[in-house]
Design a protein around this ligand. Structure first.
Ligand SMILES: *[C@@H]1O[C@H](CO)[C@@H](O)[C@H](O)[C@H]1NC(C)=O
Ligand SMILES: *[C@@H]1O[C@H](CO)[C@@H](O)[C@H](O)[C@H]1NC(C)=O
Ligand SMILES: *[C@@H]1O[C@H](CO)[C@@H](O)[C@H](O)[C@H]1NC(C)=O
Length: 651
């Protein structure tokens, strides 16, 4: 008894402390989070009408790499699933799983209930259960399959996808695909800059560039802040929230009447699909009314709504769990899974089912995936293998023979920590985009290849992509088009060369989103940097030619031109939602500057050009090659080395 009371007394004391400490701890953590919460620096471009010099941010710059890490492998529920839908949208038993669970096929009974979209983008319901035995094709795209053992214990319960051509409403019949009417596959990823794709999707990018021969647009820039204002220009050629649309209040009126290009494709005999994940945050539903009627022949949204409907877990909980996963906390199963399958895999499998169902027929696919990269850029790694698998599968099954594939994003990472760095500020403005066109089209129109290639180095925007889609729709490769809104040039097809001297304002990029560098001449007589740079260039030439004793040592005759490149972005204000100490900090500015240098040397009066990056006036680094800008015939006959000849003056 005495022992017991001692125990309770000490327990009480411990308890008191235990109640107090966590509380203090919580308050500290809360305060810590609040005062270290990132602010958002707002930058504006100071000269949007100057010719654009495309920035070339280093994807592996240390200032960004500190935010980059590889997540642990994705872990989903490992209970074997005894039923699945195959690539031909047929519900099948998985015999291996049945064996693993020690079941007998004859004791399993299954039923399906179709997921039905009611009236709008908000709610779904399930029809009455219908019994069936796999293999079986359900005439619906989404359904819940429930299987029981001996009509009692539920041994399988999951929503499945499949493509049902029969149950799809269509204005016109689907026609054969051909080189004149190729399919279009738009594969979009939320928040992936060109640099982020290089970091996080190496396998996919290698396949797309090397095997599929994609065009990698290095000067593609966003025209709006987030997803909607960057996707509407692609899909309609118009600007969001302007009176270029009849509807400007998207939370009041739905998008049904917008002139989406998928409608034109459908009217031209294309089977259309629009697939996006994250139903709460999807492009046309986040603080928007979405669509009253399904916008496309096949529409993934009701599937994800069905899962929310069944799981009865508030999506806010998912957000919290995802946050913890991003802190690398080990979850039993990841929030990014649905039962035994990664969610992005379900999305990809549905696309494959669509491809198979309409093989050799005209298809217009608009897919947009957010979950992997919207909030937490490092999870994008999970997609690399599966995207590679999808593209390989497309190619190996002939789906790309008559199809244009576009891998694209809306903008770069908008996570404040990243976008507040100097490099991140450029990345957020420069989404990834690769375009793959059919080999036969390349052979038929060599100019097309030339123009696309030139455009990969020029300033391009979503409006150009819109005109490109219009040209594909109209089989218009000989005279690729431009389009005008209210009499003003809006977009230029990527199949023709966009002007080299294009500025942000020419391309309809508002000052908040312009990432172009501008070049300004340096006053060579007054600026100390010009002496450093011109001497460095002479040194660099002599270093190269010194490998051959026949070449004369050159010296500076004249500085012809030095240009300074600046990003043109100016800090406007700091947005702060709390008490963060960072509101008193200045945003990171670059200590690295870029110069183009042109000099003349003697003997021989050679004119040479080179680019230098300069860090803090001391660390001067040659970028790329030194170029000879005038004729050198007869000056370097004493040597045979073709690479050395432009730089060498025979002594
Ligand atoms: C706006 O409405 C008019 C009249 O119905 C229609 O002709 C026009 O195409 C619509 N414009 C857009 C951008 O939807
Ligand atoms: C848009 O419509 C919503 C809902 O009807 C309304 O609350 C809001 O004030 C409207 N916004 C504008 C800018 O008209
Ligand atoms: C360049 O610098 C020199 C010396 O400071 C000055 O006399 C000259 O006016 C400057 N030229 C220009 C174009 O600013």
């Amino acid at each position: 008894m005495a022992q017991f009371s001692i125990l309770t007394a000490s327990c009480r004391r411990v308890k008191k402390r235990f109640v107090l400490w966590p509380l203090i701890c919580c308050i500290f953590v809360y305060i810590y989070i609040e005062i270290t919460f990132p602010v958002r620096y707002i930058f504006k471009h100071s000269n949007v009408s100057s010719t654009c010099v495309i920035p070339k941010p280093d994807p592996f710059d240390p200032s960004i790499l500190k935010f980059v890490w590889e997540p642990k492998p994705l872990v989903c529920d490992n209970t074997p699933a005894i039923v699945y839908t195959d690539i031909n949208s047929v519900v099948q038993f998985d015999h291996k799983a049945i064996k693993k669970l020690n079941l007998d096929k004859n004791e399993i009974t299954c039923s399906y209930r179709v997921v039905v979209r009611i009236k709008d983008d908000v709610s779904v319901e399930l029809t009455q259960a219908v019994e069936f035995t796999p293999s079986f094709q359900v005439e619906a795209d989404f359904y819940r399959v429930t299987c029981r053992k001996n009509n009692k214990d539920v041994i399988f319960d999951k929503l499945l996808t499949g493509i049902s051509k029969q149950s799809t409403k269509r204005r016109v019949p689907v026609q054969e695909e051909s080189l004149d009417h190729p399919s279009v596959f738009m594969f979009g990823l939320d928040s992936v800059s060109r640099s982020a794709a290089i970091r996080k999707l190496p396998k996919t990018l290698r396949y797309v560039t090397e095997t599929l021969g994609s065009f990698d647009f290095k000067g593609y820039m966003k025209v709006g802040e987030n997803t909607l204002p960057n996707l509407l220009p692609i899909l309609t050629g118009r600007r969001a929230w302007t009176n270029e649309f009849n509807n400007t209040n998207y939370s009041k009126y739905p998008y049904d009447d917008f002139p989406f290009i998928w409608k034109d494709f459908e009217n031209n005999g294309y089977a259309t699909i629009y697939a996006e994940d994250m139903p709460k945050f999807s492009t046309f539903n986040y603080v928007s009314r979405g669509f009253v009627d399904p916008p496309s022949n096949h529409y993934l949204r009701p599937f994800w709504l069905g899962i929310e409907h069944l799981q009865n877990v508030p999506s806010e909980l998912g957000q919290v769990l995802l946050y913890l996963e991003n802190k690398n906390l080990n979850m039993h199963t990841s929030t990014m899974c649905y039962k035994n399958t990664p969610r992005h895999k379900i999305h990809i499998d549905y696309l494959k089912q669509y491809m198979s169902a309409y093989a050799k027929q005209r298809k217009f696919m608009f897919s947009f995936m957010s979950e992997l990269c919207h909030e937490y850029p490092n999870f994008l790694s999970y997609g690399d293998e599966d995207f590679l698998d999808l593209f390989t599968w497309l190619k190996d099954n002939g789906h790309l023979d008559n199809a244009v594939l576009i891998l694209f994003s809306d903008h770069g990472s908008r996570i404040d920590d990243i976008r507040n760095t100097y490099i991140g500020r450029i990345e957020v403005r420069m989404p990834v985009i690769h375009i793959v066109i059919p080999q036969k089209l390349k052979e038929k129109f060599p100019d097309l290849v030339k123009n696309l290639k030139v455009n990969t180095e020029r300033l391009t925007v979503p409006f150009d992509l819109h005109q490109t889609l219009v040209d594909i729709l109209n089989n218009n490769y000989k005279n690729p088009g431009k389009f005008y809104v209210d009499g003003k040039l809006r977009g230029i097809s990527l199949f023709q060369q966009v002007p080299a001297e294009r500025s942000c304002s020419d391309a309809w990029i508002p000052e908040n989103y312009c990432a172009c560098y501008t070049s300004t001449p340096v006053n060579v007589s007054s600026n100390g940097i010009s002496k450093i740079l011109s001497e460095q260039l002479v040194k660099d030439i002599n270093r190269i030619v010194s490998s051959n004793t026949e070449c004369a040592k050159l010296s500076l005759y004249k500085i012809r031109d030095i240009r300074f490149f600046s990003d043109g972005l100016e800090h406007q204000r700091t947005e702060n939602t709390g008490i963060s100490i960072f509101q008193f900090f200045s945003p990171e500015v670059t200590s690295e500057h870029r110069y183009d240098v042109t000099i003349e040397t003697v003997p021989g009066n050679g004119i040479f050009e080179a680019s230098y990056s300069v860090k803090g006036n001391r660390d001067v680094k040659l970028m790329g090659d030194i170029v000879r800008a005038n004729k050198y015939r007869g000056q370097s006959d004493c040597i045979k080395d073709k690479l050395l000849q432009p730089l060498c003056y025979c002594a």
